[in-house]
Ligand binder design. Structure first.
Ligand SMILES: [Zn+2]
Ligand SMILES: [Zn+2]
Length: 493
C-alpha cells in the first residue's frame, strides 16, 4: 500500500530512473529456506564458539541476558499468536532464539539466520579473547609510484599493504572500523570504482567529483607528491548527524588522509550526538566521565558501534539507531572550541594534512558559521541518517519532512550546490531514505542525482544483530547514493 502511494507521488524523473535501475538491487531473492540444521560459516573456528550463557566473556553473557529480556520466540509469535520471550539457546549459533527446544526444532526458518549468527558469535568471541588484534595495525603512507585499488575490500587490503588481513574474519573486524573513512575515499578518490561506466556516477555527478578531485589530487599526469600543497585549499568534509563515526580512533580517520597524499583534509563531525573529548564536555558530563564506569570505554570504538538494548525499543518503532557515545581520548593539542563555535566542540590537529573537529549541535544551527561554501572544496556525508524513518517529534511524518530534524538541514545543503553522499544499512533502508525525498517541499525537484543508489564497495562486512530480534541483521553503510542542489553553473577552471 505504502509503495503504491509512493509510486503515485514520485516525480517523472525519479519514476523513469526507478524503472531503469534504481531499486534493482533490493529485488534480490531471499535464499531459499533450508530445512533442518544450518551449515557452519565457511571460516568456522569451533574453539571461538560459545553459547551466550556459557561465554567466557562477561560482556557476551550479558548480551545473552539482554536478548532473553527483549526478543520474542518467532514460533509463538507467528503460530500461537502469543508473545513469549526467547530462552532456549540454539546449539549451532549460540544465541537465545526460541522459547523452548521444541519450538527451536519446529522452526525451519531459523536455518536462514543461524549461519550468520554463528559468524557473529565467533567474531565477537575472537575480539573479546584478549589476543593481540594485529589486523588493527594500519599501514603508513602509500609508497611513491604505488597505486591502491578501490574496487573492493579484498583488493584494497592487498594493494594498500595491510599486514594481517589473511582471513575473512580479520577483514570483517577491520572493515567495521574502516567503513566510515573508506566509504568517503571510495567515492571521492580518482580511482573510485563508482563511475560513469558502471552508471553509478551520473554526468552531473562526474562534474561534481571532478571539481572535488582538483582539490584532492595533483593535476592529471603529474606525480602525486606527498605533503600538503601550499597553493591548494583544504577539503572540508562535513559529516552530518555524526554518531559512532565521531568516536573512531583518530588513526582510523588518518587512513582517509593517507589515501590523498597531496591533500589537506578537515573533517567536521556535526550533530547532537557526537563524541567529545573530556576537554570540551559540558561540566555535568565531565563529572560523569570521571566515574570509573564511564572511564572503561570500549577499545577501538568496537562496542560503541553495537546496537544497545535501550535502542531496541526505538528500532522497533523504526527510529534511528543510536550507538552509545564514548568519551573520546585526544592528544594534548586538542582544543576546546566552545568560544569559537558557541556549542560544545573541539578541534584536534592530527598532523599537517588532517584536522578533526566535532561540534555537538543540530547542523542547521551552525550552518551559517561555515559559509561561504564551494563545491570544489566542501563535501557533505550522512551515514545512515534515517531520512525516511518516522519523525521523533511530529507524528505521521518522516524525519526529512520534519523541520526540527532533517527537513531544515537538507535544503541548506542543496543551496550550497555541494555534493551530499548518504549511506544506508540495508537495501530497504536505502530505498526508504531515497523515497522519503519525494514530495518534501524545498527538497523534491530541487536536486540532481550525482550517485545512483546501490551497493557500497566499502560497506562493513560484519553483521550487526538487533538484540530485540536476532533475525534482524544489517551491515553498516551497505549502500550509498548522492545528490546535489540543482543548477551547478560554475564553469570549470
Ligand atoms: Zn515459542
Ligand atoms: Zn542457530
Amino acid at each position: 500500500m505504502l509503495a503504491l502511494r509512493l509510486a503515485r507521488q514520485s516525480t517523472p524523473a525519479l519514476r523513469s530512473t526507478c524503472r531503469r535501475t534504481f531499486f534493482g538491487f533490493s529485488r534480490k531473492k531471499e535464499p531459499s529456506v533450508v530445512a533442518g540444521r544450518a551449515r557452519k560459516p565457511e571460516d568456522d573456528e569451533p574453539e571461538l564458539f560459545h553459547l551466550h550463557s556459557q561465554s567466557p566473556s562477561p560482556a557476551l553473557r550479558l548480551r545473552g541476558e539482554r536478548v532473553k529480556k527483549l526478543a520474542a520466540c518467532p514460533v509463538c509469535t507467528s503460530v500461537d499468536k502469543v508473545r513469549k520471550n526467547v530462552k532456549h539457546e540454539c546449539p549451532d549459533c549460540g544465541w537465545p532464539t526460541h522459547c523452548t527446544e521444541e519450538h527451536w526444532e519446529q522452526d525451519n526458518e531459523h536455518a536462514k539466520y543461524c549461519t550468520r549468527l554463528r559468524e557473529v558469535n565467533e567474531d565477537d568471541h575472537d575480539l573479546q579473547s584478549g589476543r593481540r588484534i594485529d589486523e588493527f595495525s594500519m599501514p603508513g603512507p602509500i609508497p611513491y609510484g604505488e597505486t591502491v585499488s578501490l574496487a573492493n575490500w579484498d583488493i584494497f587490503w592487498y594493494t594498500r599493504g595491510f599486514p594481517s588481513i589473511d582471513t575473512e574474519r580479520a577483514g570483517r573486524h577491520l572493515s567495521k572500523l574502516l567503513t566510515y573513512p573508506m566509504t568517503i575515499a571510495g567515492v571521492l578518490h580518482e580511482y573510485s570504482s563508482l563511475n560513469t561506466r558502471n552508471q553509478r556516477v551520473t554526468p552531473e555527478g562526474l562534474r561534481s567529483l571532478v571539481a572535488l578531485r582538483t582539490t584532492l589530487h595533483v593535476p592529471m599526469g603529474a606525480p602525486e607528491t606527498h605533503g600538503p600543497s601550499p597553493d591548494r585549499p583544504p577539503l572540508r568534509i562535513f559529516i552530518l548527524g555524526s554518531r559512532a563515526e565521531s568516536s573512531l580512533p583518530t588513526h582510523v580517520w588518518n587512513q582517509l588522509s593517507l589515501m590523498f597524499p597531496s591533500a589537506t583534509l578537515s573533517i567536521y563531525h556535526i550533530g547532537p550526538e557526537v563524541s567529545l573529548p573530556k576537554v570540551s564536555l559540558p561540566a555535568e558530563e565531565q563529572a560523569q566521565a570521571a566515574s570509573p564506569q564511564a572511564a572503561a570505554s570500549p577499545p577501538e570504538g568496537k562496542d560503541s558501534l553495537a546496537i544497545s538494548p535501550s535502542d531496541a525499543e526505538e528500532l522497533k518503532s523504526l527510529k534511528i539507531w543510536k550507538p552509545k557515545i564514548a568519551e573520546l581520548k585526544m592528544s594534548k593539542f586538542t582544543r576546546n572550541e566552545i568560544a569559537n563555535y558557541g556549542v560544545p566542540s573541539y578541534t584536534s590537529p592530527i598532523n599537517d594534512q588532517l584536522q578533526i573537529a566535532a561540534l555537538r549541535s543540530p547542523y542547521a544551527d551552525i550552518h551559517a558559521q561555515f559559509g561561504p561554501f564551494d563545491p570544489y572544496t566542501d563535501v557533505f556525508f550522512a551515514f545512515q541518517p534515517g531520512f525516511g524513518f518516522p519523525s521523533q517529534h511530529t507524528p505521521g511524518i518522516t524525519q526529512i519532512a520534519s523541520q526540527s530534524e532533517w527537513g531544515s538541514v537538507i535544503p541548506l545543503i542543496l543551496e550550497t550546490k555541494c555534493s551530499l553522499f548518504v549511506t544506508g544499512f540495508s537495501p530497504e533502508d536505502v530505498e526508504r531514505d531515497v523515497r522519503s525525498l519525494e514530495g518534501v517541499p524545498g527538497i523534491a525537484n530541487e536536486f540532481d542525482w550525482i550517485l545512483t543508489p546501490g551497493e557500497n564497495p566499502f560497506k562493513s562486512l560484519r553483521w550487526e544483530v538487533a538484540e530485540f530480534d536476532p533475525r534482524l541483521m544489517v551491515r553498516n553503510n551497505w549502500g550509498i547514493w548522492g545528490i546535489r542542489g540543482q543548477s551547478f553553473i560554475r564553469p570549470f577552471a
